[in-house]
Design a binder for this molecule. Sequence first.
Ligand code: OGA
Ligand code: NI
Length: 348
Amino acid sequence: MELLGSKTVQEVLIQGEQVPEKYIHKVEDGGVPVPDASAAQLMDVPVIDLALLAASSISADELEKLRSALATWGCFQVINHGMSPEFLDEFREITKQFFALPVEDKKKYLRQVNDIQGYGNDMVFSEQQTLDWSDRLYLSVYPQDNRKLNLWPENPKSFRQTLDQYTMDLQVVTKTVLKAMARSLDLEDNCFSDLYGGEQGKMDIRFNFYPPCPRPDLVLGVKPHADGTLITLLLQDKEVEGLQFLKGDKWFRAPIVPDALLINVGDQVEILSNGIFKSPVHKVVTNSDKERISVAAFCIPESDKEIEPFERLVNESRPRLYKKVKNYVGIYFEYYQQGRRPMEAAKM
Ligand code: OGA
Ligand code: NI
């Protein structure tokens, strides 16, 4: 059960308080989070041309780039995805405009306790939880029946229509990526997409707003986590970095490629691929003088689908690593609430 909601970060800032204790990462629970965030190296993930993956004869080089990126980093960037730079700018703009509205106006879309959809901050499950320095607007967009239109902003005026267009375009990107992922592993083209559900596959959108933070040395925008999805498609801020990925025991900065989407696989693809593709642990750091926005799209299998390693990827040299799971997103939240890594639930 969720505890009573707390303030948004913007409200904390308006009231001019010191950074409240609840946001501070303590040494005893894992150390100072970001002693020097900018010292982290840039990650070298490839930028993949989606047009080459979508072609009827997919380029073998591009497929190999994809496979190796997902096996090492669990993510890649994609260009030529069918959305123009102007459209992406417009989409970033409506995001900024929404968060720039007065708090009172945004509260019309406030998330209710125990509901994930709506405007607000982190869901709080325990007194011990360290809060993320970010405000969000979380909306389910597909299947269309999941839409709670009363939570879709009417201001800026073009918000709903632009979001609708953006997510329609993302469904096309998702379809191409899932198929290419299957091919790169020598599997049936539709093995991932059959679990997803095509144009009406379950997609949730999380608009993230990270206000400047007076203590970037002690506070995170998003604490380390891996996503519980099949894949996540992220539109990053065009100017302000913040996202970092863990590889081995080192953090690396995700570079900004202005018109690219950053796509990472989630836990469910790690399970399906029997661990060949890695669901990467990532976090968002804060900075003291610039605000940052990002928009994450979460692609999730229908909750009645059973998720387990594809048989073709289990053999003597690669023994089965994961059990069969169902409704992994439900498991994810249960574990997350207890401060445990959700993937533990799936390990053999
Ligand atoms: C997330 C996430 C990264 C970002 O929303 O799950 O990891 O850059 N976001 O905002
Ligand atoms: Ni994430």
